[in-house]
Write a protein that binds this ligand. Structure first.
Ligand SMILES: [Zn+2]
Length: 486
């Protein structure tokens, strides 16, 4: 794409920016970064480096999680990158709130707000915000739906699975869960002068979990839930027959288990699956109930944030399964999101995306697409979602093309409407198997260019600075210079 084309397609410089003589708004150039990097490398040094390498103007600081996806150093299964402490933190990682929890905001939840003990009393927001402001960088609090199983009080917030036991996931409808997220929203906005908030939940409803229509293997998106007292009450209020829902999911779980063992029903996998949906529409009703609780969480967090700080942005990280499972994708309605979101970070990780798409293909071929060979499932997946990928045997090794980033960005912009910003998540060195695609500078260069060619309002380098190699970050800067954004 040349300069003229870029100016025509980019919303960054659209409208009055060029015609009216206003200063063009710089796009959001963001990176996800956790506390460990500031502790290990020095806050000023990290910020100066990010500015110099890729003109980063927005830091998405991992502030609450018990997961290693966005916090902590490199995973011990992967080589350490070319910066940071050259040792793994497997023994010391715990997670929690990497800032300081203020108890007054958590009075309405049983879940204990724990300060992450990983770095002693260190408060990542108190440390980073003044340093960022000095450099004209914005800090967005980045927190996610990942709570350790042994957090005190979490037992009063968990989902209940079909068979009656508790899962290790929080029920989004349980008031202890809802009030915990709202407490974090209020705490971050009142206790710190942050630039905005981003929250993410990489989970799906019971239908997708039974079908295992996701990457990452069985259980990666949650369980066959939720049948807790709050969800049963919501079902009754909506006129959904609880016993029929239980019976439908019991049969569906038995069907899924038969498919995964390689059984071939006479009428085929898809027809017998659909037959169960028609016999038990309560299966879909329960799936909707699960999504309603999550969407209500987004809405409530948005409302609370706007009450406290109307000018500050709040938005969501959209899970990668959005590009794989058409069932999950159908539930991520960007037009709906636009009513309670200032921005979406849509995950478009094309490099690890090959491995993940291949996982999804094999998983769904052992289930709802059991009538197809995996190569056909891949074609169907791409056709239904209007993007291209390579052949299945090469997919993990090559990743997805940058063209996938382009088409997903265009789609997001077109469905989101004018009010919501779209920031594609670009992957840099996200861990993959030894034989799978590894990030190279030219890949990052191509993905960043593709995002802006699609009209993105910014890009978010992901998942965490502590696993990225510096040359790959610099390649994002090179793309921005070639796009004349810098
Ligand atoms: Zn529940």
């Amino acid at each position: 794409m040349d300069r003229r084309e870029f100016l025509e397609t980019s919303t960054v410089l659209a409208g009055g920016a060029l015609l009216g003589g206003f200063q063009p708004q710089p796009p959001m150039l963001g990176i996800q970064v956790g506390a460990v990097s500031f502790v290990d490398e020095g806050t000023g040094r990290v910020l100066d480096g990010l500015h110099e390498m890729a003109a980063i103007n927005t830091l998405f600081v991992a502030s609450f999680t018990y997961g290693r996806g966005i916090a902590g150093r490199q995973l011990s299964s992967q080589p350490l990158p070319d910066h940071g402490r050259q040792e793994y933190d497997t023994a010391t990682f715990r997670g929690g709130n990497y800032a300081t929890p203020h108890p007054q905001y958590y009075r309405d939840t049983a879940i204990k707000p724990e300060h992450a003990p990983d770095h002693g009393a260190y408060d990542v927001l108190a440390d980073v915000i003044p340093e960022a402001r000095r450099r004209n960088m914005k800090v967005i609090v980045w927190f996610e739906d990942v709570i350790a199983a042994d957090v005190p009080g979490f037992d009063r917030a968990r989902e209940v699975v079909l068979t009656g036991s508790q899962s290790t996931f929080a029920c989004s409808r349980n008031p202890n869960t809802r009030n915990f997220w709202l407490g974090l929203v209020e705490d971050y906005l009142r206790s710190y002068d942050v630039g905005g908030l981003m929250w993410g939940s990489e989970r799906q409803g019971p239908l997708g979990n039974v079908l295992v229509t996701n990457h990452g293997g069985a259980g990666a998106g949650g369980r066959l839930a939720c049948f807790c007292e709050y969800c049963l009450a919501a079902a009754k209020k909506d006129g959904v027959n609880v016993d029929r829902a239980r019976e439908g999911y019991t049969q569906l779980a038995a069907w899924a288990s038969a498919m995964s063992r390689g059984e071939k029903p006479v009428d085929g996998a898809f027809v017998t699956f659909w037959r169960l949906l028609v016999k038990y529409p309560e299966i879909l009703a329960w799936e909707k109930l699960w999504n309603d609780a999550l969407n209500d969480t987004y809405r409530d967090m948005y409302r609370r944030a706007k009450e406290i700080a109307p000018s500050k942005g709040i938005g969501w990280h959209v899970w990668h399964n959005n590009s794989f499972s058409p069932f999950y994708r159908a539930e991520q309605d960007y037009a709906d999101f636009a009513r309670y979101s200032d921005f979406l970070k849509v995950v478009m990780y094309n490099l690890c995306g090959g491995e993940r798409l291949a996982q999804y293909v094999h998983s769904s071929t052992r289930s709802v697409f059991g009538d197809l060979v995996p190569e056909r499932t891949l074609e169907l997946t791409c056709d239904l979602q209007h993007y291209r990928a390579g052949t299945l045997d090469q997919l993990a090794a090559t990743g997805l093309p940058a063209d996938y980033v382009l088409s997903e960005t265009k789609r997001a912009l077109a469905s989101a409407g004018p009010s919501m910003k779209i920031w594609p998540g670009i992957d840099i060195d996200i861990p993959t198997a030894a034989t799978s695609k590894k990030t190279q500078p030219d890949d990052v260069y191509a993905a960043v260019k593709a995002a802006f060619a699609g009209g993105a309002h910014g890009v978010l380098l992901s998942r965490k600075y502590s696993e990225m190699r510096l040359d790959n970050i610099r390649a994002a800067g090179r793309a921005l210079r070639d796009l004349r954004i810098l």
